[in-house]
Write a protein that binds this ligand. Structure first.
Ligand SMILES: Nc1ncnc2c1ncn2[C@@H]1O[C@H](COP(=O)(O)OP(=O)(O)OP(=O)(O)O)[C@@H](O)[C@H]1O
Ligand SMILES: [Mg+2]
Length: 456
């Protein structure tokens, strides 16, 4: 069954097509050479015979039967390859080097192949000959021919060589095709089997490499790369789902117990009011978290690229900073904007505004009272560099990658409200715009930098 399957593989079919084309062209070439050579040799024999007949007929015309007989006797004893027989009307031999009229049906002018016995050095041999028959005036029969034994033998050998070479070519081709398709099938089998295992749930399995560094290894390598990528994405999704479950449960529980406690004992209207206000604050927090998550998801799918439009970053910077002025004032902080020149880029205005808002919000939130926040926009070469600098605690170098993950909040800032999604969103917006996002040390404080490519 498995053996039969091999015949259905693409590799075997390709090998077979190639084999047939190759065999057909080789066969055609040899056959062409053969028919040409054999035809040429046969034509030469016939021509010689015809010439001889012409001569003999002339002789007969000039000197009659005795003259013809004489010349046939002469030629017969000449030792050449010519064959002659002159016979009376009842086919009785009169002269020639054939012992009797050959046993072939003939009519005047016919070409015939026949066999005759030749005796040389005491041994008799059956040989092939080709001849032409003529009826002479007076009813005499003349047969003039040539021994073509060697020629016929060579032809026979070439014919059998042709036959056998065809058999061998096809046989070897079949074996080669089978071996080739078996090899290909075996390699594909491994890939198929591994894929089935992976589909069956063994997600850590990878395609084995043969080490031959061929196209199958390349295919396996690419499949492995794809599987790794899928695993990473799945891991990321599981992490997000875990984070969401974990980080949303706390505020939801808090909300629930707050309401429950209020209901447990009779309360004044003022107390109910306070409890409801607390619940609303908690719900607002939850809504904000959901909105952040949705924004991050939107930035990460890349779908938002469809909304990209040319925009001036200077306008965005001024608008957002203005919104945060009251907050800075309340904390007795200075919020300075340094954006002297316009900077045109292609991007999503809403997402960039939200990202900048997150950075300014952090800067104000994590800087003690009386500090300073500076938002600056510079054009450097092909880039628009947007910076938010504060004089707060800063983020230790070792934590700078870590804080970009969802829901991560540093120990030092636990007593400030927040869900730990602000910087994740900035990072996602940066990736969406092919902008480089980095956190640095402002000595003291944090400097967050976004480098956008200017619109060309
Ligand atoms: N300017 C900053 N100075 C010092 N620490 C910072 C600053 N910005 C961020 N951090 C630290 O990084 C953590 C993550 O910041 P992120 O903006 O992602 O979340 P958050 O501010 O805690 O919450 P959210 O922004 O979602 O309201 C913060 O909790 C804080 O510990
Ligand atoms: Mg924040």
């Amino acid at each position: 069954m498995r053996f039969l399957n091999l015949f259905r593989t693409t590799a075997f079919r390709l090998a077979l097509v190639y084999l047939l084309l190759f065999a057909a062209s080789a066969f055609a070439l040899i056959a062409f050479i053969y028919w040409n050579t054999a035809g040429f040799m046969a034509a030469q024999t016939d021509e010689t015979i015809n010439a001889e007949i012409l001569g003999l007929q002339e002789q007969y015309g000039q000197s009659g039967l005795p003259g013809l007989r004489q010349i046939i006797i002469e030629r017969s004893s000449g030792g050449g390859s010519g064959l002659y027989i002159l016979a009376s009307s009842d086919f009785t031999r009169l002269a020639g080097n054939l012992s009797s009229w050959p046993d072939v049906p003939v009519a005047d002018g016919d070409w015939v192949y026949f066999t005759y016995d030749r005796t040389s050095f005491g041994e008799t041999e059956r040989r092939s000959a080709r001849a032409r028959h003529f009826v002479l005036r007076g009813g005499f029969h003349l047969l003039v021919g040539r021994d073509v034994h060697e020629r016929r033998e060579i032809e026979g050998r070439i014919e059998s060589a042709l036959f056998w070479s065809a058999v061998i070519t096809v046989g070897l081709g079949l074996i080669g095709g089978l071996a080739m398709s078996r090899n290909v099938t075996r390699r594909l089998d491994v890939i198929n089997r591994t894929s089935r295992d992976i589909m069956g749930g063994d997600l850590a399995r990878r395609m084995p490499l043969s080490g031959a560094d061929d196209e199958f290894d390349e295919l396996s390598d690419n499949l492995n790369g794809m599987l790794d990528q899928i695993e990473r994405l799945m891991g990321g999704m599981t992490e997000v789902a875990d984070n969401i479950a974990h980080d949303l449960r706390t505020p939801l529980n808090r909300l629930r117990s707050r309401l429950e406690v209020t209901l447990m004992k009779p309360a004044t209207e003022q107390e109910y009011r306070e409890a409801l206000e607390g619940a609303i604050t908690e719900a607002d927090g939850l809504i904000a978290t959901f909105n952040s998550l949705l924004l991050i998801a939107r930035a990460e799918t890349g779908e938002a690229r469809e909304n990209f439009e040319p925009l001036d970053l200077r306008v965005v910077v001024n608008d957002v900073a203005e919104l945060y002025e009251p907050l800075a004032e309340a904390k007795r902080m200075t919020l300075k904007v340094a954006a002297p020149r316009p900077a045109e880029i292609n991007g999503d205005r809403g997402l960039i505004s939200q990202a900048l808002a997150n950075l300014i919000d952090n800067a104000i939130k994590y800087t003690p009272e009386g500090g300073a926040v500076t938002v600056s926009l510079k054009v450097a070469g092909e880039e628009a560099v947007l910076e938010v600098r504060d004089t707060g605690l800063g983020i230790p170098e070792a934590e700078r990658d870590h804080v970009l993950r969802r829901f991560v909040r540093l120990e030092a800032s636990r007593n400030e409200p927040g869900s730990g999604l602000g910087l994740s969103m900035v990072a996602a917006v940066g990736r969406l715009h092919d902008a480089e996002f980095s956190l640095g040390d402002a000595k003291p404080g944090l400097v967050a930098t976004l480098r956008f490519k200017l619109k060309d």
